[in-house]
Design a protein around this ligand. Structure first.
Ligand SMILES: NC(=O)c1ccc[n+]([C@@H]2O[C@H](COP(=O)([O-])OP(=O)(O)OC[C@H]3O[C@@H](n4cnc5c(N)ncnc54)[C@H](O)[C@@H]3O)[C@@H](O)[C@H]2O)c1
Length: 333
């Protein structure tokens, strides 16, 4: 989006949404942040609330929304299994009804619209790394299906609105992303390991820790969002955005222990249902079409994330209270 524009960000109070709002404000845009604060928080927006070009609306995207805007980033959806499995029907509604409402708005106001899709559309993949041409291997009736199939249906809607109504769509398939303002206790692997290490708890690994993941630092991802949104109208996607460098879960755990100087022990538990063995993006398309690739090495991103959680813990903020030691959910990778 060139020049000064009015940009709607759904899920703007969440981890990625708050970083996106910050970046869009820094680029000189007006930002309307829409969130029902199911997993997001006003705390994520503290630094932005007084900004003259920033507006927050408490709203559930399952309901229609009428606002004027030039572009829409649709991020509203709980992203971690702990949260999206709490109310699976609501997760499907957020993905499907939310997409219909935001696409309807985009159609009415002739706005370009970006969808935060996910690597979960590939399910437990049989191809490594995954290119955008891979159709995926998803269980349609499992505990993760509300999210995986909800996101797949949202992609269908985006491409149908594009074909049927000429809406300009941009679909990003996001792979594991981490950074400051992740939820400290939502079971995502990076935040869980860091908090467990900083609080001296055992670090819980599922399986033998040899399953691999790739981790993208949030600033890199947001740069990818903007490049995709600002790309030629001919590029609708889907475009994989993530870090192709693979680490085993055990390597990540050891790195966190070393960097925090923790005495935590690694403990192993059985793998949960439908947990993918390996996931790594092929980002050739993003490299070629957007000139984009991650630039922040894992160690550097981890250092910034550890500093963030360390500060939260020392202030007793961010939902990490003294009860956290017992209350922390085991990580879902
Ligand atoms: N973080 C990742 O690694 C990752 C990976 C793949 C995809 N994504 C996608 O990116 C988006 C943002 O993820 P995140 O990590 O920032 O998660 P998050 O949970 O921090 O943010 C999601 C935001 O959406 C809001 N929300 C949920 N349901 C809503 C509804 N019905 N109406 C309005 N707001 C609603 C939440 O309150 C929250 O602020 C999600 O769509 C997620 O599926 C994230």
């Amino acid at each position: 989006m060139q020049g000064e524009a009015s940009i709607l960000v759904t899920g703007g109070g969440g981890f990625l949404g708050s970083h996106l709002c910050e970046r869009l404000l820094a680029e000189g845009h007006h930002v309307i942040c829409v969130d029902n604060f199911f997993t997001g928080s006003r705390g994520n927006l503290t630094a932005l609330l007084r900004h003259p070009r920033f507006e927050v609306m408490r709203h559930d995207v399952c309901l229609p929304l009428y606002v004027e805007c030039d572009a829409i980033y649709n991020l509203a959806c709980p992203a971690s299994p702990v949260h999206y499995q709490r109310d699976p029907v609501q997760t499907v509604k957020t993905n499907v009804a939310g997409a219909i409402n935001m696409l309807g708005l985009a159609k009415r106001v002739k706005a370009r619209i970006f969808q935060a899709s996910t690597s979960e559309v590939y399910g437990d993949p049989e191809q490594h790394p995954q290119t955008e041409a891979y159709w995926g291997h998803v269980n349609p009736i499992g505990a993760r299906s509300c999210y995986d199939e909800g996101k797949r249906c949202a992609e269908t809607l985006f491409f149908d609105y594009h074909r049927q109504h000429g809406v300009e769509v941009k679909v990003a398939r996001i792979f594991n992303t981490y950074g400051p303002r992740m939820h400290p206790n939502d079971g995502r692997v990076v935040s869980s390991f860091i908090v467990q290490a900083l609080t001296g708890q055992d670090i819980t690994l599922f399986g033998d820790g040899s399953q691999t993941r790739s981790f993208c630092y949030v600033d890199d991802l947001i740069e990818g969002f903007l490049r995709l949104m600002n790309s030629d109208a001919g590029l609708s996607g889907p475009v994989n955005l993530g870090n192709p460098e693979e680490f085993t879960i055990a390597e990540l755990a050891r790195m966190v222990v070393e960097m925090t100087g923790s005495r935590s022990r690694l403990v192993f538990r059985p793998l949960p249902q439908d947990d993918p063995r390996q996931r790594r993006p092929d980002i050739s398309l993003a490299r070629k079409a957007l000139g984009w690739q991650p630039t922040v090495p894992l160690r550097e991103g981890l250092a910034r994330t550890i500093a963030h959680f360390d500060a939260l813990l020392s202030r007793g903020e961010g939902g990490i209270d003294p009860g956290f030691r017992q209350a922390a959910a085991p990580p879902v990778h």
